[in-house]
Design a protein around this ligand. Structure first.
Ligand SMILES: NC(=O)C1=CN([C@@H]2O[C@H](COP(=O)(O)OP(=O)(O)OC[C@H]3O[C@@H](n4cnc5c(N)ncnc54)[C@H](OP(=O)(O)O)[C@@H]3O)[C@@H](O)[C@H]2O)C=CC1
Ligand SMILES: O=C(CO)COP(=O)(O)O
Length: 341
């Protein structure tokens, strides 16, 4: 199969390396000609993924129409806020039989749409898929064992893409729950910012475990209302991605959180990370969704106050910790289930 990857940031480049390593021909599109020239000359993405050689099967290009027209599979690897724009740019030369695979993790600001819905809006005749899960670009590019999930509406085409992406070091599972896998990928970034803040404040492993566990609880609460299967949040696209993002120094969300916890301002933090920190926009959208649907999301709410209302992270932690007492599972299952009246 011929493939194009739109977006030569860290994830687009790593996926191109993965597929080219298996003999697939990959057009790697980037919007800036100077970066394309640098990729061609050095055979390395020194800005976004330094230290990994680009296999010969990768063709860097700034010609969007050529890259798209020649491909059977189009992989969208730009940040979530650019997904609609890239679809608008390609809609005149996309064919209905081309598969579109989104690998970005986020929700659209304003509309609250999941990214597959945004893509469907602009490319209504294409089959849309999502590839997600615990997968830092730096490790995938080095061939370190990784597991992810692919989701889409048709089982057969999902399995076909499962085969395309699978390698001995990259194991792909299918999951038909598009809503769940997309929400898991988008919402874990909020909790990862929180985990970073906790680290930046000098809090310990207990605090991080609390954030991760109560984080997946609030993700599941919102996800259930939005139509996801709660089991999905116990899988790779849920707790799996949450674990990797909250614990890894590769995570831009966690690193941004650390700097915030150390007292830096959001604009300074985003400048110094220099790559997309999806959790910031996701926090805004998730907070609006939680208000719209009346779902309690104390961690997301706290993050919103830190990011957009200049709240002191320590005060936010105190506020979260001193809410009224609760049962652990009350939001998800009836207490009768546990044998209590
Ligand atoms: N990095 C990772 O490990 C993983 C990332 N993801 C997700 O993949 C998505 C992309 O992340 P990642 O590659 O890491 O991001 P990076 O910040 O590394 O790179 C983003 C790339 O997108 C380009 N870009 C930004 N806006 C536009 C636009 N409007 N049109 C065209 N190109 C644009 C940037 O170009 P320029 O250089 O010109 O600014 C840059 O090449 C995110 O949603 C992220 O959550 C998912 C799994 C793993
Ligand atoms: O989604 C990711 C890993 O699965 C990447 O996370 P960051 O954007 O926080 O680096």
């Amino acid at each position: 199969m011929k493939v194009c990857v739109l977006g030569a940031g860290s994830w687009g480049t790593a996926l191109a390396i993965l597929m080219a390593g298996q003999g697939t021909q990959v057009a790697l599109w980037h919007r800036r000609e100077e970066l394309v020239q640098q990729l061609k000359e050095d055979r390395e993405n020194t800005k976004y993924l330094p230290g990994v050689e680009l296999p010969s099967g990768i063709l860097p290009t700034s010609q969007l129409d050529e890259a798209v027209r020649d491909s059977e599979v189009i992989i969208l690897a730009v940040p979530s806020h650019s997904i609609r724009n890239i679809c608008v740019q390609i809609k005149d030369f996309v064919h209905a039989d081309q598969y579109v695979v989104n690998v970005a993790k986020g929700l659209e600001e304003g509309t609250h749409l999941r990214l597959s819905q945004v893509i469907n809006d602009e490319l209504p005749y294409n089959n849309v898929f999502v590839l997600t899960g615990p997968s830092h670009a730096e490790e995938v590019a080095k061939g370190l064992p990784t597991t992810v999930v692919i989701s889409g509406e048709e089982r057969e085409s999902c399995e076909c893409l499962q085969d395309l992406f699978t390698s001995p070091a990259f194991r792909v599972y299918t999951n038909p729950d598009m809503i769940g896998v997309e929400l898991g990928g988008a919402l874990k970034n909020i909790i990862a910012l929180g985990a970073g803040i906790s680290d930046g404040l000098g809090y310990g492993d207990n605090s991080k475990a609390a954030l991760m566990t109560r984080g997946i609880a609030e993700i599941s609460r919102l996800g259930k209302i939005l139509g996801a299967k709660t089991e999905t949040f116990a899988g790779l696209a849920g707790i799996g991605d949450l674990i990797v993002t909250c614990t890894s120094m590769h995570s831009r969300n966690r690193r941004a959180g650390i700097l915030l916890g150390e007292g830096q301002r959001l604009d300074q933090v985003l400048d110094s990370i220099g790559m997309v920190v999806e959790g910031v926009r996701a926090t805004k959208v998730a907070r609006e969704l939680s208000e719209k649907h009346g779902v309690e999301m104390p961690i997301t709410n706290g993050l919103f106050k830190i990011l957009f209302e200049d709240a002191d992270p320590k005060d936010v932690v105190t506020e979260i910790m001193t809410r009224s007492n609760k049962h652990e599972m009350e939001e998800i299952n009836s207490l009768y289930y546990y044998g209590w009246n």
